[in-house]
Design a protein around this ligand. Structure first.
Ligand SMILES: Cc1ncc(COP(=O)(O)O)c(C=O)c1O
Length: 394
């Protein structure tokens, strides 16, 4: 039987950003789109069935968050992450990025600092800047292609009383690190010493590989009363990010209350009949699908690692521990950032995220999304190879 994840189905004309924004972003519609962080896999059948069943009831009015929604995520995190969440620790939120923005507003004053660890998902910068808060960078350190946190530098940033908040990306987009317990303990020790609020974005928590370290929730290394808010969502896990529903979890009622104050002032927490349905169906019934999906992505990962090593010596890939995002070090091509983007789009015909958008530490890199059928990934790499070979002989 063929593998369902091998199936290529068209997403064009579905208002999919990854496909239908290509002209706007890359200047042409024919690039192989391996950028935005969603996958080209059909969501779990149980999610689609639940959505279809909900759509059959033709009243799409204002919608509340049912108890069963909370229970579905509480059960999921107990079963998959050994994390016991109490119902009153949970606040639903439209998306993780709005939560980051609301947290910058809630826990730092105008002009005060929020720390991030670039290269990192671009909204980590913009959610702070657009709140009128200051981005404080604690760059990750690269050692032989593996990235680590610089806890010494983090401590010195945290010791400035004007820096109030840390946004942790765990697992880390784009470098694919799954932070180990010791690293996480180091982060929380610093937070305690300097009275920081930590917002841990764990949207990729479920996307780890069977043959790599498992994910540790930051909450698992916390002590009662620690200043932590964790953001989670089924969006990446079941490929339903368009539903726009996530959750924030914190044992600290005072912190949740301050965050709620921002959300409420913007009248921002509202859900819709479909987001509630997809969220719950994913967490209730998506476990088996997720395991199969990550096995498939593991095959893609190994294919890319092998291909690049054997056929693209100018490029190095960071071996990811988690996420379906690969971080390609293209500095060996000796192109500046605008040239690198042009080269990938115009010569190779592949649309990836330029590394420079993840912070200046991403200069010379590209982020490749491998959440697509292997045939698509293979085609993209072959096109890159043709372009690189042509460039060698220039
Ligand atoms: C680390 C991280 N946080 C948040 C998001 C987006 O979250 P949302 O769509 O819920 O705002 C992404 C999407 O790529 C991500 O990689």
């Amino acid at each position: 039987m063929s593998n369902p994840f091998d199936q290529v189905f068209s997403r064009e004309g579905t208002c999919a950003v990854k496909f239908d924004a290509r002209r706007a972003v890359f200047g042409r519609e024919d690039v192989i789109p391996l950028w935005v962080a969603d996958t080209d896999f059909a969501a779990p059948q149980a999610v689609t069935d639940a959505l279809v069943a909900r759509a059959r009831h033709p009243a799409y009015g204002y919608t509340l968050f049912p108890d069963s929604l909370y229970e579905s995520m509480i059960d999921w995190f107990r079963e998959h992450h050994d994390w016991t969440i109490q119902r009153e620790w949970v606040r639903m939120a439209p998306g993780v990025v709005p939560t980051l923005h609301a947290a910058a507003m809630a826990f730092a004053e105008a002009g005060e600092g929020v720390m991030i660890q670039p290269p990192v998902y671009p909204p980590f910068f913009s959610s702070i800047r657009k709140a009128g808060r200051r981005v404080v960078e604690n760059p990750l350190v690269e050692r032989d292609g593996r990235y680590e946190m610089d806890l010494g530098h983090l401590e010195s940033c945290a010791s400035d009383p004007a820096n109030k908040v840390l946004f942790l990306c765990s697992p880390h987009n784009p470098v694919g690190r799954v932070w180990c317990r010791k690293e996480l303990e180091g982060v929380m020790a610093i937070a305690r010493r300097h009275d920081l609020v930590v917002v841990s974005d764990e949207i990729h928590a479920d996307l780890v590989y069977r043959d790599r370290p498992s994910h540790t929730m930051l909450a698992a290394v916390c002590e009662p009363g620690d200043p932590l808010l964790t953001t989670v969502a089924p969006s990446k896990t079941f490929n339903i990010p368009g539903m726009g529903l996530s959750a924030v979890v914190s044992e600290r009622a005072d912190l949740l209350g301050r965050l709620n104050g921002v959300f409420d002032s913007l009248h921002m927490v509202q859900c819709n009949p479909f987001s509630v349905t997809a969220f719950e169906a994913g967490y209730r019934h998506g476990g088996e699908w997720l395991a199969e999906m990550m096995d498939y992505v593991r095959g893609n990962r190994d294919f890319v690692l092998g291909f690049v090593e054997q056929r693209l010596p100018e490029i190095k890939v960071t071996d990811p521990e988690g996420t379906y995002l690969l971080w390609l070090d293209c500095r060996g091509l000796e192109l500046d950032d605008p040239e690198l983007k042009r080269f990938m789009v115009e010569q190779a015909g592949v649309g990836m995220n330029p590394g420079i958008t993840f912070g200046e530490q991403g200069s010379g890199f590209m982020r490749l999304n491998i959440g697509s059928p292997l045939g698509v990934i293979r085609g993209a790499l072959e096109q890159i190879e043709v372009a690189v070979v042509a460039r060698r002989s220039q």
